[in-house]
Design a protein. Structure first.
Length: 295
């Protein structure tokens, strides 16, 4: 199956690279820096028996973006596609001579956060390019004092954002994963629930930084498919413990099994899940997960 999966991922990579070269025909906009890796990848797709390529395809996308004083600034995106891309995120580093070192680090980490939150298992190079085009100018030459101010503001505001993540997985059977979900949520003081089986549903709620840490750990495990289906963020006045408790819809984090049926007892009764969500005031989430009105 890894062979099959590799094949599919390789095909997606090639079609995305073809799209990029047709959109950006000029070398100064888009250039593959490792032609050998690309040739190996194509060979692998055309001859299924061929060796998996020995190195990742790497390329550069150059972006000119307008800055407020009407001049243009160049950014370059150096990209590498891991063999498992798009089931894992691409490796992207954005650079520009107009951006200070600390701003460059911030820009790259914000881009990564954006991709983590929005792309799970889908090609995303064009979206990353769009994001850089739209947002990169904001990172230019902010003097460092305002940067350190922003950093301290960010830590202040983190405390005051309450987040609820609704995570969808193709399935959750593995006992070790189920244990990790519960252990990590407890460690990070998150509440919510986990419904194992097929599909798998995980809801966690609590401080934004804790939810994001939980997601970054969960998504590193191996999954057939896992993504954030929906995310709720609420800014809290004061951000104290009492404020957080007011927002919580779940007292602790527990595993919920709704009358499992199916050969391995792994298909949950979605009607019962719907009732459970309704009791918690989250009935509208059901439709986001399953695309049907619950009843």
């Amino acid at each position: 199956t890894t062979k099959m999966a590799n094949q599919e991922e390789a095909e997606i990579q090639i079609s995305e690279l073809d799209l990029l070269s047709s959109m950006f025909p000029y070398e100064e906009e888009f250039a593959v820096t490792d032609q050998l890796a690309l040739a190996e990848l194509k060979h692998h797709v055309e001859n299924e028996s061929a060796e998996v390529p020995s190195s990742k395809v790497q390329f550069i996308l150059n972006i000119k973006t307008e800055v407020p004083n009407a001049s243009t600034v160049e950014f370059s995106m150096a990209c590498a596609l891991p063999f498992k891309y798009p089931t894992v995120l691409p490796e992207i580093t954005v650079r520009s001579s107009s951006v200070s070192r600390s701003q460059q680090i911030l820009l790259n980490s914000d881009l990564k956060t954006y991709l983590m939150q929005n792309f799970s298992g889908e090609p995303c190079i064009l979206s990353a390019r769009e994001w850089v085009k739209d947002h990169a100018a904001a990172y230019i030459d902010k003097d460092l004092s305002s940067f350190s101010m922003a950093a301290s503001d960010a830590t202040k505001s983190e405390v005051t954002t309450f987040t609820r993540l609704w995570i969808y997985s193709h399935h959750i059977y593995n006992k070790q994963k189920r244990k990790s979900i519960i252990d990590w949520a407890r460690e990070l003081s998150l509440s919510g629930f986990c419904m194992p089986g097929k599909p798998g549903v995980v809801c966690v709620e609590g401080l934004q930084s804790s939810c994001e840490e939980f997601w970054s750990r969960i998504r590193r495990l191996t999954w057939k498919r896992i993504l954030i289906r929906h995310r709720e963020d609420v800014s809290l006045e004061g951000g104290g413990h009492a404020e957080i408790q007011k927002q919580q819809k779940f007292p602790t984090l527990e595993e919920k099994c709704f009358d499992a049926h199916g050969a391995q007892g792994n298909h949950m009764d979605l009607g019962q899940l719907y009732k459970f969500l309704e009791e918690k005031g989250c009935a509208d989430i059901f439709q986001m997960y399953f695309g049907v009105e619950g009843h």
